[in-house]
Structures are given as C-alpha cells and as structure tokens.
Design a protein around this ligand. Sequence first.
Ligand code: 5RP
Length: 222
Amino acid sequence: MNQDELKQAVAKAAVEYIAPRLNRDSIVGVGTGSTANFFIDLLAEHKAEFDGAVASSEATAERLKGHGIPVYDLNSANTLEFYVDGADETNERLELIKGGGGALTREKIVAAVAKTFICIADESKQVGVLGDFPLPVEVIPMARSYVARQIVKLGGDPVYREGFTTDNGNVILDIHNLDITRPIHVEEQLNNIVGVVTNGLFARRPADLLLLGTAEGVKSIP
Ligand code: 5RP
C-alpha cells in the first residue's frame, strides 16, 4: 500500500471506531491535513447519525460544509466525545508533533476539550524520539525575532515559514535540531516564551488512541 492508501485505511478505521458510539446530539472534533481529509470524506457517509462538527481550521470547516456537515463554534459545543486528527510524528507514548499544516493552535484547543483524542497516521509518522520533523511554533508576528533568539538559546534552529499566515493571523517558526528527549519539558519551555501562542508538541495532552496504518493492516495503540 502507498502512503495515501495507508492514510485512507486509518481514516476508515477511525470512522468505524466512532460511528457506533455517536448519537444524534454528538459533535465531533475534526483535525486538519490530508489524513483528516480522508476521514472527513468517510465521516460524511454517516452525517445523518450525528449533529455536526467542530473544525480545527478554516480548510477543514470548508470541507465539512462541502459535505453538508454542520460546523459549530467550539464555544457552543458542550461536549466533544471525540477529536480525530493526523500527526507529523508520534512516539510510543502517543506524544505527537503536529502543525505541519500550520493549524496547531486550534488543533491543540480542540484536543484539550475532547474526551478522546484519536490520532490517525501512517507508519512513516512513528519515531523513537520526536524531533526529526521540524517542530512548528505559532508566534505573534511582532515577537518573531525575539522568540527565534530564545529558541536558539534552547539549542534549536528556528526557520521562519515564509509567506504563511495562520488562521489566527500569526506566523510560524519551524524548529530544526531541537533535543526533544523530554517532550513535556520542551513543550512547557516553549510555552513560557513570551510571544509564543502555541507549540506543536502534544505531550501534556497526548493522543488517547493511535490508529497506525501499516503494511500488515491498521494497528490500534494502546
Ligand atoms: C496540521 C497537522 C496535521 O495533522 C499533520 O501535518 C499531518 O498531516 P497529514 O495528515 O497531511 O500528513 O498537524 O496542522
């Protein structure tokens, strides 16, 4: 199977997992990216069985609406039973790097609210130690240079994602070569830099369930 087929397989597995657990009042949190897009397309086949969705990006909101799935503001959603999203990297503790698509802040908010965070990823995303994938950090534009200097002090090499503005009107620094052997510690260190909105480490709130697409089939972890 190629990478897209693996992404499709995990998207299908996620729909099969949540669909029997939804009811007419359920609102589903939906992530961003190519794996999440496969999930949205398959979830649409069940749209009569749940109320609607909360989107982690404008792009996801548009895709959901295109399928006729109602999209709600998070503030009007009392409970989110599930959040389903992809990842750029995952380790064995289901700590993640996310934000390759730049949607990390809204993704982290929706993940925080959801009772169960289901990560869907192909096996290329599974790593021993996080950090080969450059870690995205969303930054208030006027703080970009200051935040970059602070990141250098932490041992990372920040690269400005040129020409990219987040859905929140901010910019992204992608950190290369950062030691992420202690993900929770690094997540907190980055959060403490003034001007940082969010960083793409999902370690304080990791995924609850990983559906990993492999050549042998979809593995459910743990
Ligand atoms: C977007 C993300 C995505 O989940 C991540 O980049 C994975 O994307 P894809 O499913 O296209 O490989 O965090 O901000």
